[in-house]
Design a protein around this ligand. Sequence first.
Ligand SMILES: NC(=O)c1ccc[n+]([C@@H]2O[C@H](COP(=O)([O-])OP(=O)(O)OC[C@H]3O[C@@H](n4cnc5c(N)ncnc54)[C@H](O)[C@@H]3O)[C@@H](O)[C@H]2O)c1
Length: 278
Amino acid sequence: MDELSGKVAVVTGGASGIGLALAHAFAAEGMKVVLADIEVDALDKAAAELPEGTEVEAVVCDVSDAAQVDALRDRTVERFGTAHVVCNNAGVSSAGPIWLNTLEDWDWCLGVNLYGVINGVRAFTPLLIEQGEGHIVNTASMAGLTSAPGMGVYNVSKHGVVTLSETLHADLALAGATGVGVSVLCPGWVDTRIHESHRNRAGREEREPTEQERGMLEVVGALLAAGLDPADVAAQVLAAVQERRFYVLTHPDWKPMVTNRVERIVAGEEPMIAGLPA
Ligand SMILES: NC(=O)c1ccc[n+]([C@@H]2O[C@H](COP(=O)([O-])OP(=O)(O)OC[C@H]3O[C@@H](n4cnc5c(N)ncnc54)[C@H](O)[C@@H]3O)[C@@H](O)[C@H]2O)c1
């Protein structure tokens, strides 16, 4: 989609981090913006702080709930007539050895990160196909292309988003829906609040992070703080939508990890363990 001005962008997880930066990037292109998030105060603040003149609709939405994502689509259509660029971006983190994560951890993280994308794709894709134009951006992660230790639930959710997106891309092509593009966003560290995700776990089976998890989240917090500016990520996504690029790997220096993984798979070797000597 090269011409974005006047069109409608929907961004989930739009109240913070990458989603908020995406909203600003789309607003700067003259798009109308629907911001969806579960965190009400942050959502209101984000909507109020978009550039003056931006037509914006803020929708409180838990993306893990299919009915709420359907309602998000309906609200978007009611306010702006349709949607063009749909960013299924909301996400939360997990920490700890995979056997210690509780079923509630799995439900929460897969609910937001994977079902959030499933719900967005199911709710919005028919609309885009029908109008013959649109682009879906699913936020995965480099964790969707590798298997770093200590974040297994997150890794599973993000691998799911990558294959979901690749399959969507293929299904659209086979259905002849040539006007609808897909991108999968796979960043490395980005300077956001993802390590504080438990702030949005309220109302679910709550559990304080264990000491080990807290330690890991602190390490991750330091890595995030030194990470890419979300605005740089948003600029790369914008270009991918305009140029219709599928894979958006924002950290070129992380790519050898993907190559290494694929080479080991094909060679029948053991997977690399990040943090241990190769
Ligand atoms: N920050 C990184 O280093 C990094 C790297 C790779 C991928 N990602 C992915 O980027 C996406 C955005 O995360 P971020 O880093 O900007 O973190 P963030 O915490 O700053 O923003 C995430 C947003 O999602 C919202 N959210 C959480 N649960 C929700 C739910 N159930 N329904 C709706 N909204 C919900 C939060 O309120 C928040 O506004 C996530 O999918 C994340 O996994 C982040």
